[in-house]
Design a binder for this molecule. Structure first.
Ligand SMILES: *Cc1c(COP(=O)(O)O)cnc(C)c1O
Length: 405
C-alpha cells in the first residue's frame, strides 16, 4: 500500500514538473553584484552618507564616460530636467516643445514651473519627435525644445538643432534611454545645451535612484550645482574640512536634489559595467529582430545607419488590423504566459492630468496610433538566452492565436 502510494506520488510529481510553469519573467530586473554591495558597505562604514567624495568621483567618471566637461549628480533624472529648465530661464507662461510619447516627468517639470508643454507629434518609424513638425509650433513664447531619444535611438538632432538655432532657443536632451547612444559620431550628452540621464532601476545602469545632468557650460554646471543643494554656495562636506570653519551662504532659493554618496557608490560600480550590459542587450535585441522581423502582424522600429543604439527598450508595433483583438488583449495574453511586458509610452496629451492643456483626440495622430499598438518586451542583462527564446515563443504563440482569417 505504502509502496503504491509512493509510486503514484512519484509519478504525479514527475508529471507536474513537466507542466510546471516557468517562473514569471519580470519586465525588468536590475543586475547588481558584489562590487555594488561592497561599495555600499564601505560608505555605510565611512561615516559620510550623503553627497561627498563618492558623488564627486561618480561625476568625474560619468563626465569621462560621456566625454563632456561637466556632470552634476542629482537624485533623479526628473530633478535634472527641472534644473535644466531653471538654468535656462524657463518660467511662467513660457512654452517648451516636447514629445507626447515620453515619461510624465518630462512634462510635469514644465507644468510645475508655470510653463506650457507644446506637444509635437512623433515619427511612426522611431517614436521620436518628428523634426519636420517642430518649426510650425515655435512661437515667441518658446523657450526650449526638450528631446527624448526613445528606446535609446537618438532623435534627428541635426534637424532639431538647426531649427532651434534659427529661433535662438536651446535644446535639452532627455537622455534617460540613451546612456550609450551616439549620433553621427557625437555622443548623447553633447547634442544639446543640457542633457539629463536617469539612474532609475529600469534604466541601462542604476544607482537605485539618481540622475546626472551634463553640460559643456561651466556657468550652467555651477548654477545647477548650487540649485541642487538649496541654493547654497558650497558643498556641505567641505564646510567641515580642515581649512577652518566656513559659513554657508544662500545665493538663490534652490532645491534639495543632491545625490547621496551611498547611491553614487552604486553608480560608480554600475558605470564600469555599461558596455558588458550593453553587449548583452544588443545580442538579445538582435535575437528578437531575427525572430520577429518576418511576422506580418508585427512591425519593428527603424534604426538609422549613423546611430549607435542604446538598446534600452525593445518595442514592437502591432498591426492591429490583422489581429482579432486589440493591443491590451495581446499584452494580457503575453503576461498570462509568464512574460512581463510594458508600454513606452501611452500618449500623454490625452491623459486626465493634462486635460487642461486642451488637447483632443486626433490632434497628434501618429502618437495616438502608436500609443495603441506598441509593446515593450523584456531586455536586460540578467535575462538568459533561454529567457529571450521563451519570450519569442510566447509572442509568436499569442500572435498566431489572434491572427485574422
Ligand atoms: C525614466 C525616465 C525619466 C525619469 O527618470 P527618473 O530618474 O526616474 O526621474 C525621464 N524621461 C524618460 C524618457 C524616462 O524614461
Amino acid at each position: 500500500m505504502d509502496e503504491v502510494d509512493t509510486d503514484n506520488h512519484q509519478r504525479r510529481q514527475e508529471g507536474d514538473s513537466l507542466m510546471i510553469k516557468r517562473e514569471f519573467l519580470p519586465f525588468c530586473r536590475p543586475l547588481l553584484g558584489k562590487e555594488e554591495e561592497d561599495a555600499v558597505l564601505e560608505v555605510l562604514r565611512s561615516g559620510w552618507l550623503t553627497t561627498g567624495p563618492k558623488t564627486i568621483q561618480f561625476e568625474k567618471d560619468f563626465a569621462f564616460f560621456k566625454g563632456v566637461e561637466h556632470a552634476v549628480a542629482v537624485n533623479s533624472c526628473t530633478s535634472a530636467l527641472h534644473l535644466a529648465l531653471v538654468a535656462l530661464g524657463v518660467g511662467q507662461g513660457d512654452e517648451v516643445i516636447v514629445s507626447p510619447i515620453t515619461w510624465p516627468s518630462t512634462i510635469n517639470t514644465i507644468i510645475n514651473m508655470g510653463a506650457v508643454p507644446v506637444f509635437v507629434d512623433v515619427d511612426k518609424e522611431t517614436l521620436n519627435m518628428d523634426s519636420s513638425r517642430i518649426d510650425k509650433n515655435v512661437t515667441r513664447l518658446t523657450k526650449a525644445v526638450q528631446v527624448v531619444h526613445m528606446a535609446g535611438n537618438p532623435a534627428d538632432m541635426d534637424e532639431i538643432n538647426a531649427i532651434a538655432l534659427s529661433h535662438g532657443i536651446p535644446v535639452i536632451e532627455d537622455a534617460a534611454h540613451a546612456l550609450e547612444a551616439v549620433y553621427k559620431g557625437r555622443q548623447t550628452g553633447s547634442l544639446g545645451a543640457i542633457s539629463c540621464f536617469s539612474l532609475y532601476p529600469t534604466k541601462s545602469i542604476t544607482a537605485c535612484e539618481g540622475g546626472m545632468l551634463v553640460t559643456g557650460s561651466k556657468t550652467i554646471a555651477d548654477t545647477v550645482r548650487t540649485l541642487s543643494f538649496n541654493g547654497i554656495d558650497r558643498d556641505a562636506w567641505k564646510r567641515y574640512g580642515s581649512e577652518g570653519y566656513k559659513h554657508w551662504e544662500v545665493v538663490t532659493p534652490g532645491y534639495k536634489y543632491n545625490m547621496p554618496d551611498i547611491l553614487a557608490a552604486i553608480g560608480i560600480q554600475q558605470l564600469r559595467k555599461v558596455w558588458p550590459f550593453w553587449s548583452i542587450r544588443k545580442r538579445y535585441s538582435d535575437m528578437y529582430d531575427a525572430a520577429l522581423a518576418d511576422i506580418p502582424e508585427i512591425r519593428l522600429l527603424t534604426k538609422k545607419s549613423y546611430v549607435l543604439h542604446s538598446y534600452h527598450l525593445y518595442i514592437i508595433v502591432l498591426d492591429t488590423d490583422r489581429l482579432t483583438v486589440d493591443r491590451d488583449a495581446v499584452l494580457n495574453a503575453i503576461q498570462a504566459e509568464g512574460v512581463g511586458v510594458g508600454v513606452h509610452f501611452r500618449a500623454l496629451h490625452l491623459q486626465q492630468g493634462y486635460r487642461s492643456l486642451g488637447y483632443e483626440k486626433g490632434d497628434l495622430p501618429s502618437a495616438e496610433y502608436m500609443s495603441d499598438r506598441i509593446i515593450s518586451l523584456p531586455l536586460y542583462p540578467s535575462m538568459s538566452v533561454e529567457d529571450v527564446e521563451y519570450v519569442i515563443e510566447v509572442v509568436k504563440k499569442v500572435i498566431t492565436r489572434y491572427r485574422k482569417g
